[in-house]
Design a protein around this ligand. Structure first.
Ligand code: NAD
Length: 258
């Protein structure tokens, strides 16, 4: 595991103990980082508070709906007051209405499309913009988001989320270009399918898991700890030369043809 001793990090997207954000937060805490965690709404506060209480380092917990500019500004201000600058940001946020991912993609409604792209893709831009000044004070930083192969290939019922992930991965490249001169790296980790709250909204998810078991070179998908290990690499000094990258952590599934 990467050594993040003394690093200051913000992890956005903790809903429960299965959240990839939580797996990454836990690993970063164990690697020596001090953290601010954020969760979306009241509904997740109890879970997030219980989880944050188990970390080794004192952790600030902030509610933030990423569609609200005022809440993003407040999150950044709270983070700065807790950590005094920032070395890394983890963006682990996505949303699509059940209807949008249940219906055939061609029926996606304008409002559902806009909402999904706002929460799942634009939020990286607004968070990166807010976090950049805190990182600049530390001489640079690392921003990481979580994507899925549905950005470039069609998976049943992934639908508008696939389009949002395509936008998210393009965001990574444009942000990497803008923020590189400030020594801020921006990367995505494209994870294999893992049963989480977000995944439970996707009909036929267990079929996708079966398919990875049959087809992925490693004969399986990955687990949250494997995602966290790769995330720590991208966040840490070992990846200091890497930016604008989408790293697949999927048991090799993405290389398969048939
Ligand atoms: P999760 O449900 O635990 O996390 C999704 C998070 O997004 C939740 O914390 C939710 O509250 C948050 N969120 C939704 N709307 C929000 C809003 N308006 N403001 C702030 N937060 C909001 O599920 P997860 O699987 O851990 O998802 C984390 C990331 O990983 C997502 O981007 C997801 O697409 C990605 N991912 C997941 C998988 C998988 O199979 N689970 C695979 C690849 C990528």
């Amino acid at each position: 595991m990467a050594d993040l001793t003394g690093a200051r990090g913000l992890v956005v997207g903790v809903a429960n103990k299965r959240s990839l954000a939580w797996a990454i937060a836990k690993a970063a805490d164990a690697a020596g980082a001090r953290l601010t965690l954020s969760y979306a709404t009241d509904r997740f506060e109890k879970n997030a508070r219980a989880l944050a209480g188990t970390l080794r380092q004192p952790t600030r917990l902030v509610q933030c709906d990423v569609t609200r500019d005022d809440e993003v500004a407040a999150l950044t201000a709270e983070t700065d007051s807790h950590l005094d600058g920032l070395d890394f940001l983890v963006h682990a946020v996505a949303f699509a209405t059940r209807e949008a991912i249940a219906e055939p993609f061609v029926r996606t409604k304008r409002g559902d499309f806009a909402q999904s792209l706002d929460i799942s893709a634009y939020s990286l831009v607004v968070l990166a913009r807010a976090a950049a000044p805190l990182m600049e004070r530390r001489g640079g930083g690392s921003i990481l988001t979580l994507s899925y192969l549905g950005s470039e290939r069609v998976f049943p019922h992934y639908n508008v989320m696939g389009v949002a992930k395509a936008a998210l991965e393009a965001n990574v490249r444009y942000l990497a270009s803008d923020l590189g001169p400030a020594n801020i790296r921006v990367n995505a980790l494209s994870a294999g399918p893992i049963k989480t709250l977000a995944a439970s909204g996707i009909r036929g998810f267990s079929r996708i898991l079966d398919h990875y078991r049959e087809r992925a070179p490693l004969g399986r998908t990955v687990d949250a700890d494997e995602v966290a290990a790769a995330a720590l690499f991208l966040l840490g000094p070992g990846a200091r030369g890497i930016t604008g990258e989408v790293l697949r952590v999927d048991g090799g599934y993405h290389v398969t043809g048939m």
